[in-house]
Write a protein that binds this ligand. Structure first.
Ligand SMILES: [Zn+2]
Length: 500
């Protein structure tokens, strides 16, 4: 069995792990360089993109207190003397366990050990494979007919990025998500709306399984011609078991590691090349099956993706959620203005009959108009002109901007956007102390201007991809931040009952 000499790791791209017999004690850095042609920095950036197994989590909820008692009991029943652990020396007990682990006893001995795992961030595609373990298994899976999936996360196989198809993939998922939300808002029940969702959406499963079934599962699903996600699931389960029973973890290996020959899953798939084929049959079903292990990245493409993608927010905006949790910022703390805007948005919601194209045009036109007044303010330094203008005319435009962007692009998470905008507001507040109303708004408007210019270019070239979506998202956040700031300012200046 493999000795682990360096820090433990699992590659999120192909699910190779430090304990694999073919890693030869390589570090993760060495593995990704040889296997995928990238350095650690690029790998980390791909992880931020949410590639491969980066979202998959396995937690062992339950495991046997002791393996000796049930195992020796099982074994001694079939070997003759009635079980009595005290009759055996420690050495004898360890020997018997060793013999069992080497497969030289009835394999049913492993049925005496039960484990329960909580599995999160697994694709629906793979959960279908997992629940085929019917003997010695019990499952409970997150339902789709009683759970809202409009804000669900999804899996991105690394090969999609390697093939340069990330944008297309994300776009397709977002379309499905939008249709799902639209169906739901039109009164279609969860159980019917879910039909539109693709296999990549994530699910959670609680799995109780005896060790014999688990071992058989890992023997098959750890083979390299199997899906990388199933490989990854097995590896993470192995890591969990290794924490308590390393001797059990050691026998969770692909079956070819025992035979040193490739049976390539009954010749159903092409072998990965680790061992020579056991028998050459002429019946490959998937001759050109892509093996995740062999994914090589086009550095240029990945760099380009990551470079342009810096400001794209993760789907669930974990960073901000965590930051809020950490600082114990409550809903009340968001304050009155955020609440007012929230109510406003809810009202605007009824008017949402615009398309993306008219929505974008509207944002660009209204922003241009506002910005020209802002420039005037900058040159004259006459804040009254600008703020009076905003007060008299443009708060209405802001409302339209917020309404349009929210409805058309991000209506799935109004609450999140509002909360975030208020969080940004607080950050700026701290940074600029009381002077932020001047410098803060000025900085925001300038940044907003740059983003709108980029949107404009994209729009003129008839391009709307997720880079622009990211700009739009920022535009929305800043706009709400701005409106909060302006309202504060106008109220601070003694203007009561500001309409917007
Ligand atoms: Zn790898």
């Amino acid at each position: 069995m493999t000795k682990i000499t360096k820090a433990e790791w699992m590659c999120m791209i192909c699910a190779s792990a430090s304990h694999d017999s073919d890693e030869f004690g390589r570090t993760l850095e060495e593995h990704i360089k040889v296997q995928h042609g990238i350095d650690k920095k690029m790998y980390d950036n791909l992880l931020k993109e949410g590639i491969g197994a980066s979202k998959l989590k396995v937690k062992m909820l339950n495991y046997p207190n002791d393996i000796k008692l049930p195992m020796i009991s099982f074994l001694s029943q079939t070997w003759g003397p009635t079980f009595d652990l005290e009759k055996y020396t420690d050495e004898e007990v360890n020997n018997m366990i060793k013999i069992a682990l080497n497969g030289k006893t009835l394999s049913t001995v492993f049925e005496s050990l039960n484990f329960t795992f909580q599995i999160d961030g697994l694709s629906r595609a793979s959960s279908h494979q997992l629940v085929r373990v019917r003997i010695g298994s019990g499952f409970s899976q997150k339902g789709m007919s009683d759970t809202y999936y409009g804000d669900t996360d999804y899996i991105i196989p690394a090969s999609v990025i390697a093939a340069g198809k990330l944008e297309k993939y994300k776009k397709s998922m977002e379309v499905s998500r939008k249709v799902y939300i639209d169906l739901f808002k039109s009164g279609v029940a969860y159980q019917d709306a879910r039909f539109i969702l693709p296999h990549c959406v994530t699910t959670s499963v609680v799995w109780t399984v005896n060790f014999l079934a688990l071992k058989n599962f890992c023997n098959k699903r750890m083979m390299r011609n199997q899906s990388w996600e199933m490989n990854a699931l097995c590896q993470l389960i192995k890591f969990e078991i290794k924490k308590v029973y390393p001797e059990l973890a050691e026998i969770l290996v692909p079956v070819c590691d025992y035979s040193k020959k490739c049976n390539s899953f009954g010749n159903l798939f092409e072998g990965c090349g680790k061992y020579p084929l056991e028998k050459q049959h002429n019946r490959y079903v998937f001759e050109s099956a892509q093996i995740a292990r062999n994914i090589k990245f086009n550095k240029e493409y990945v760099e380009k993706t990551i470079f342009h993608n810096k400001s794209v927010k993760p789907v669930n905006n974990h960073f901000l959620l965590l930051a809020r949790e950490k600082e114990n910022i409550t809903k009340e703390f968001y304050g009155k203005y955020a609440h007012d805007i929230y109510v406003e948005l809810k009202n605007c919601y009824k008017l949402g009959d615009l398309t993306v194209a008219t929505g974008l045009k509207k944002i660009i036109n209204t922003f241009d108009e506002l910005y020209s007044h802002f420039e005037q303010y900058e040159t004259t330094n006459n804040s009254v002109v600008f703020y009076e203008y905003v007060k008299l005319n443009n708060l209405e435009y802001f409302k339209n901007i917020i309404m349009t962007v929210t409805l058309l692009i991000f209506n799935k998470k109004i609450d999140d956007v509002i909360s975030e905008s208020w969080y940004l507001h607080q950050i700026k507040n701290k940074k600029y102390n009381d002077g932020w109303y001047y410098d803060g708004i000025r900085g925001v408007l300038k940044d907003l201007h740059r983003k709108v210019q980029r949107l404009k270019t994209g729009f003129a070239n008839n391009q709307f991809n997720y880079f622009q979506e990211s700009d739009l998202y920022d535009t929305l956040l800043y706009t709400i931040f701005l409106i909060v700031g302006l309202k504060s300012k106008l109220q601070l200046r003694g203007e009561k009952n500001v309409e917007c």
